[in-house]
Design a protein around this ligand. Structure first.
Ligand code: GLA
Length: 392
């Protein structure tokens, strides 16, 4: 009898112990989940309608660290991108609008996928296999960023992607033969993939049925302070490039590959964007600041280190890796206070910077530059990775 009582008591105690243990374990998981999201997620919301009555959707990708990136099916535009500062506070670090109408009517390529040809083609003309092509001229005397209706202004098909440690989107678009003057039907695929290390990879693929030219990039404007009323001049930038392409007054490369040594274009060691930007220099005058293509020291098609930018105040650090041979570093020189910020106020001069990984501007007219020709039976492939972190 006594033995049975003792036995019952022991079993009871053991049961209580296991129940408490289970309870404690579930509390712990719940607490952990409050800090980090349980699984990467992707949510679709309505963002408006184009003038042609097409529905515009915004997809918000979220990783386990809580980073959120919102992307439109229109132009593949990144409308917002949150990253933590030194105090563990999230803030949106890319310029953009809070409504679709502004994206449709006056977007200076904020966050967009740019193509078929990112950057400038002199007078919008080039020769390919004996045919002279004329593209629209939309930047003074030149063709810029794919023309009047480039890839930044079209609706892309979207497939969402979700794996254990990655959330993403695959965008596809078929650019018909002759669109914006370019030859060949071009099938384009762009994949955005956000992982749990706060890396966003952008992978580009394209195929054509006729020889054409292709040069794709991503045109996000960053301001790592998260305060869009602040200029980006205090950001410390590194560009992994010993030379840059000198330009003429219309920002077309002259063909001269200039060594950065002893010039304001030297970013081989960390340097504040504002340190040399006001120096009397004809190249800076042409660009109203930095708006040039740097020739990466490593010309391999590895996904190699291209650039970094660091905001000492918030502690946010952006690193860029790419398979591309060049990077257009643009310091928001054309922002003039006329565009309304999604955070209130207006985007003033130099409140954002872009690191546009790409082939060189005007390459179709410069035989010495790496070729941008894509032939049938070839695949255009390119990748750029953006990594955000905090320096304590
Ligand atoms: C690129 C160009 C700049 C400017 C911006 C958009 O960075 O190089 O000259 O056109 O896009 O305003």
């Amino acid at each position: 009898m006594i033995q049975k009582q003792l036995f019952d008591q022991t079993v009871g105690k053991l049961l209580m112990f296991f129940i408490s243990l289970l309870f404690l374990l579930s509390c712990k998981t719940e607490m952990k989940n409050k800090v980090e999201s349980p699984v990467p997620s992707i949510i679709r919301t309505n963002f408006g309608t184009t003038k042609n009555n097409e529905a515009v959707y915004q997809y918000t990708l979220k990783n386990r660290k809580g980073m959120q990136i919102s992307i439109l099916n229109y132009g593949g535009i990144i409308t917002s991108w949150t990253a933590k500062n030194r105090k563990n506070e999230f803030d949106d670090i890319v310029l953009g609008f809070d409504n679709f109408t502004d994206y449709e009517n006056k977007n200076p390529y904020f966050g967009a996928i740019v193509g078929r040809y990112a950057n400038r083609i002199e007078k919008g003309t080039f020769e390919l296999n004996g045919t002279q092509y004329q593209l629209p001229v939309n930047d003074n005397t030149n063709h810029l960023h794919g023309g009047l209706k480039g890839f930044d202004k079209v609706i892309w098909e979207v497939n969402t992607l979700k794996k254990d440690s990655m959330v993403g989107m695959e965008l596809s678009y078929t650019s018909p033969d002759g669109e914006e003057g370019y030859p060949g039907n071009l099938n384009v695929f762009v994949t955005y993939a956000l992982n749990d290390d706060n890396e966003l990879s952008v992978t580009y693929k394209a195929t054509t049925d006729q020889s054409t030219i292709v040069n794709l990039t991503q045109h996000s404007y960053f301001n790592l302070s998260g305060d869009f009323n602040k200029e980006i001049l205090d950001h410390e930038v590194v560009l992994n490039a010993a030379s840059f392409l000198a330009v003429d007054a219309t920002l077309i490369p002259t063909g001269e590959i200039k060594n950065v040594k002893g010039t304001p274009f030297d970013f081989t060691a960390p340097k504040k964007i504002g340190r040399d930007i006001t120096i009397e220099d004809p190249q800076l005058k042409f660009g109203l600041g930095y708006d040039h293509c740097w020739v990466l020291t490593d010309q391999s098609s590895e996904n190699k280190f291209v650039a970094s930018a660091y905001d000492p105040e918030s502690g946010r650090m952006l690193e860029v890796y790419s398979t591309e041979p060049g990077v257009q570093f643009y310091t928001g020189n054309f922002l003039d206070g006329s565009l309304a910020s999604k955070k209130g106020g207006f985007y003033k001069h130099r409140t954002g910077f872009c690191l546009e990984t790409q082939h060189f501007p005007n390459a179709p007219n410069e035989p010495a530059f790496p070729s941008t020709v894509l032939n049938p039976n070839e695949v255009y492939e390119s990748q750029t990775t953006y990594k955000l972190s905090v320096i304590k």
